[in-house]
Design a protein around this ligand. Structure first.
Ligand SMILES: [Zn+2]
Length: 69
């Protein structure tokens, strides 16, 4: 995939994060409930050790990451 900003080739890789209970969620806005993890649309589950891996591509020059879920 080419970077949508500069058109250079993007690197393939993984975003890795820890989230034992909720996995990774998508939110349209941050509010008082989101600060304690209530609500949101879960888009990735965590594994048994609470780690989430998200397949993505990035452009280090533009600091842009593109991810499809
Ligand atoms: Zn770029």
């Amino acid at each position: 995939m080419k970077c949508p900003s500069c058109s250079e080739p993007m690197e393939e890789g993984w975003i890795e994060t820890e989230s034992l209970v909720s996995g990774v969620k998508w939110r349209k806005e941050i509010n008082s409930l989101s600060r304690i993890g209530v609500g949101g649309e879960r888009i990735y589950e965590s594994n048994l050790w609470g780690i989430v891996h998200i397949k993505a591509e990035r452009c280090p020059k533009c600091r842009l990451i593109v991810e499809k879920y």
